[in-house]
Design a protein around this ligand. Structure first.
Ligand code: URA
Length: 262
């Protein structure tokens, strides 16, 4: 059976953040099989008996994967006392706490993934996995060949050159054009800064795909649904967490079919 670092397992069981769990271990409040635990040790979650302050751990909550159609006007954050509205307000009825995977600007729209699966979220956001994000973008003016080439090959932003991107001019309408842009990296406000840098500021930005997920046509703005099992498996595969067609084999993660969740 695969082993897992103790602090990672404690965090997965909802004891606290990874850092808070490390602190508990350092403070000697965690025991494994009756012995004081040490930071960095690995455990077998199915065999070892783990306590925090003498109490056995609760099992980790089942993973939840939510696809939200974010409307403009909502800040992508779990909590922000200064934000007029946050995306969490749109998740009424959802019992399990989740957090957004990456962010969309407050005025941006489209597909936002939320989950309680920290390992998946870390991987999806890690540059190593180069998870593609596709945006439909209304820009001012009509980008010519040169602007499109720059967007595709790389635009020099203040922190450096952007990676190659796929860019399609879909249509022009009055003084605006609709582009489809696929990025394999995720810098802050990247699409807006790239388009502004080539002289075509963004007027409206909608994320239509995130890795293997697509914004469903039948999901109105402001509403959400759970990922289907095949969407979830495709996402786990994109993050290197599922290598075959079988369900998630990570330690402590119960395949959702087995716990009766659609
Ligand atoms: N690029 C942006 O500029 N904004 C977003 O919200 C996402 C990508």
């Amino acid at each position: 059976m695969a082993s897992i670092r103790l602090q990672k397992w404690l965090a997965r069981c909802g004891v606290g953040s990874r850092r808070a769990c490390e602190q508990l271990i350092r403070q000697g409040r965690v025991q494994v099989n009756g012995q004081r635990a040490t930071l960095g040790m690995c455990i077998d979650a199915e065999r070892d008996s783990i306590t925090v302050d003498g109490k056995p751990l609760n099992p980790p909550p089942p993973p939840v994967y939510i696809l939200l159609h974010k409307p403009p006007g909502y800040v992508t954050t779990r909590k922000d006392p200064h934000a007029p509205h946050t995306v969490m307000e749109l998740l009424k009825g959802l019992k399990t706490p989740v957090f957004p995977v990456g962010r969309l600007d407050a005025d941006a729209e489209g597909l936002l993934l939320l989950t309680n699966d920290g390992e998946l979220a870390n991987r999806l956001l890690h540059p190593r996995y180069k998870v593609a994000k596709t945006y439909r973008v209304w820009v001012r003016g009509v980008p010519g060949k040169d602007a499109l080439r720059q967007l595709r090959e790389g635009v020099l932003l203040e922190e450096g050159q952007t990676a190659p991107a796929q860019v399609r001019l879909i249509k022009r309408q009055g003084h605006q054009s609709l582009l489809e842009i696929t990025l394999h990296e995720g810098r802050k406000r990247q699409v807006k800064r790239m388009c502004a840098a080539v002289g075509h500021p963004v007027q409206r930005l909608v994320r239509i795909a995130f890795g293997p997920l697509h914004l469903p046509k039948n999901l109105p703005p402001g509403t959400w649904r759970e990922l289907t099992p095949s969407e979830r498996d495709a996402l786990l595969q994109a993050a290197g967490l599922l290598s075959t067609k079988s369900s998630d084999k990570r330690q402590g993660i119960t395949p959702r079919e087995q716990i009766g969740v659609k």
